[in-house]
Design a binder for this molecule. Structure first.
Ligand SMILES: Cc1cc2nc3c(=O)[nH]c(=O)nc-3n(C[C@H](O)[C@H](O)[C@H](O)COP(=O)(O)OP(=O)(O)OC[C@H]3O[C@@H](n4cnc5c(N)ncnc54)[C@H](O)[C@@H]3O)c2cc1C
Length: 453
């Protein structure tokens, strides 16, 4: 215990400085605990690709000062367009909400407050390297210790109390709580749950690619695609393409979802000609951009399903892809990892203030966050099924049901999950910190007998 402040001194260790681990490190440091992050790589960084930062986490980027650091490299998307393979528009979401229109809407109150929130919490797209370096800068300025070349090999967590981890270089670190933020192939998860293996739920995987605007602007047809900062999706049978600008509109990011003959478990190098062949016959605007892709890799889409996220003594806990990797079709993997970090940060703040024990904090985190992550896994899979529909009655029903949105009408349910009111509420309007505060309050009230158990 710290004599001056009566606050509890805690040292929390994180394995992995990815987007999730860094978000958790910031949140936990803000909670008043000492934080060390052990990262295997010899340099801090992220893969060369774009990422969507949806309103449920852009709020964290704003609050933690990361948005200011990333600055113009964050791109705000104005529109989201769903198209058939030939470019015909079939779905539309206005990404910057129009409050006046929503006032007159029958779902008024909820949507109005959600839209007010969405106006504050923006829908951004960004290069992962820019996001990652913003997270690193804020973490370091808060005093988080980031140790590179620190691949964790083993952990000793058998006794109640502190956990000892050993790195490849045989350095030992002792923490009051260890958080496994080490991604889909997590050593922390493999140690806790050796029988669990992340698996692709189908033969679906994704190519990732970036094409510079300077190249696209030279093509009179392709350049019409980048006149406005929009997110575009071309839907086709068992495949889709999504594009959006990154790096202050200097690059166009592409994700090309497709199926293969076999299940994909690892990142694969692919000849760019194979990709081009697979996406022939698309709208000429996007086809021309595809022909400019310099190189690509195929990424697996793995799902991790766990019954628990923690050790029996609650001194080790998982987060992010290590706990709940999901398919990418709602762009929620990293977002959910950041939510985990924000949530656990608020719970640890209560431990620092001596209102909860670490065990209780971990229990609240697991109880509340596991169902949220599971729901995101399901919704992500569902959106993949919607976007991959083959031509026929179901596809026609999907497109028909989204049609009225194109003239500005708000629907009570929509197969376009980017504008479906229930998704706005459950996914984009979700506030992880508020959720944590409410869960802690309920826990404390139950403990004090204020409310029934
Ligand atoms: C095609 C595609 C598109 C996607 N688009 C989006 C999107 O738009 N929005 C979104 O929110 N999500 C998206 N995702 C998902 C997102 O990329 C992941 O969910 C997210 O990166 C997971 O973050 P993480 O911090 O949990 O793990 P990771 O990013 O995997 O980070 C793990 C870190 O741990 C380190 N590490 C690993 N093992 C050890 C060890 N033994 N010791 C020390 N360090 C270790 C690694 O080096 C790494 O730095 C997409 C995924 C795919 C495949």
């Amino acid at each position: 215990m710290d004599q001056n402040s009566q606050q509890k001194s805690l040292h929390i260790g994180l394995v992995g400085a990815g987007i999730g681990g860094l978000a958790a490190a910031i949140a936990i440091r803000l909670a008043g605990a000492e934080v060390t992050v052990l990262e295997a790589a010899s340099e801090l960084g992220e893969i060369g690709a774009g990422i969507q930062m949806t309103p449920n986490v852009s709020r964290l980027l704003i609050k933690w000062g990361i948005a200011d650091i990333i600055g113009d490299n964050l791109v705000e998307v104005e529109e989201f367009n769903l198209r058939q393979q030939d470019g015909t528009k079939v779905g539309y979401t206005k990404m910057v909400p129009d409050m006046k229109k929503d006032l007159g809407h029958p779902y008024g109150t909820t949507l109005l407050s959600l839209n007010l929130q969405l106006m504050r919490d923006r829908w951004w797209v960004v290069h992962r390297a820019h996001l990652h370096s913003g997270l690193v800068e804020v973490a370091q300025s808060l005093g988080v210790k980031l140790l590179i070349n620190s691949r964790v090999n083993s952990l000793d967590y058998s006794r109640k109390g502190p956990v000892t981890v050993t790195t490849e270089a045989r350095n030992r670190h002792v923490f009051d709580l260890l958080i496994g933020s080490d991604g889909v192939n997590s050593v922390v998860r493999r140690t806790l749950f050796p029988d669990v293996r992340p698996t692709p739920p189908s033969t679906n995987s994704a190519y990732r690619a970036i094409v510079p605007y300077s190249r696209i602007l030279k093509d009179p047809i392709a350049k019409t695609l980048i006149e406005k900062p929009t997110m575009e999706v071309w839907l086709s049978e068992k495949a889709y393409i999504i594009t959006y600008p990154i790096s202050g509109c200097k690059d166009l990011n592409l994700v090309l979802s497709h199926h293969t003959d076999n299940l994909v478990y690892n990142v694969e190098d692919v000849a760019v000609e194979d990709l081009r062949k697979q996406f022939e016959g698309y709208d000429l605007k996007i086809k021309r951009v595809i022909d400019m892709i310099p190189e690509t890799q195929r990424w697996p889409l793995l799902v991790t399903a766990l019954e628990s996220w923690s050790s029996p003594e609650k001194n080790v806990v998982l987060m992010g892809d290590a706990a709940h990797s999901m398919v990418n079709h709602m762009a929620q993997g990293a977002a959910t990892a950041m939510e985990d970090g924000a949530f656990i940060g608020r719970c640890i703040a209560e431990v620092v203030q001596n209102r909860l024990t670490l065990t209780q904090a971990v229990e609240i985190y697991e109880k509340e966050r596991m169902p949220k992550a599971r729901a995101k896994q399901h919704i992500s899979f569902l959106n993949g099924a919607i976007w991959h529909l083959p031509a026929g009655p179901k596809q026609e029903a999907r497109d028909g049901a989204m049609k009225e949105e194109m003239s500005g009408k708000k629907l009570s349910r929509s197969p376009n999950l980017y504008s479906d009111p229930r998704m706005l509420e459950q996914v984009y309007g979700y506030d992880a910190e508020q959720h944590a505060d409410e869960a802690v309050r309920t826990f404390l009230q139950r403990r004090e007998g204020v409310i029934d158990t």
